[in-house]
Write a new protein. Structure first.
Length: 136
């Protein structure tokens, strides 16, 4: 995060939360891949699962940014599973996908995101004392 901003020359500040102020815990993505692999009983080596998950995470994120849309998380799971297995509706139904989603959310809360800019609190307080509007 750029820290030499002259706050006197700006009237308004807006911040995106993800990858601007916070990012994934360093261990979260590896733990999520392990959970994905074990939860869906995948035969692929963990390195292949990790590469596939990263590919579809990046692809869907890029699509969302370019189109302004939002690919559903369960659809992303199905894309990953489709790349790694023969997607069988009996094995990968909506209930099973939702169950994984809940386990993944619990893992996310266990490995909470980390702050990118350690002095963000002081910077935001500086903005507040200058009475600059901010949107988060």
């Amino acid at each position: 995060m750029k820290t030499d901003i002259d706050i006197h020359n700006h009237c308004h500040f807006s911040f995106d939360l993800w990858l601007t102020l916070i990012k994934s815990h360093p261990e979260f993505k590896a733990k999520r891949v392990e959970l994905f692999s074990s939860f869906f009983n995948l035969d692929a080596p963990i390195e292949v699962v990790a590469r596939t998950v990263k590919y579809y995470d990046d692809l869907c994120n890029n699509i969302n940014e370019i189109t302004g849309g939002n690919i559903d998380t369960l659809e992303i799971y199905l894309m990953i599973l489709g790349a790694l297995t023969d997607v069988d509706a009996k094995l990968f139904n909506k209930e099973k996908l939702n169950e994984f989603y809940e386990k993944s959310e619990a893992l996310f809360l266990e490995y909470k995101p980390v702050i990118i800019f350690e002095n963000i609190h002081a910077f935001l307080m500086k903005l507040k004392t200058r009475e600059k509007p901010s949107i988060f």
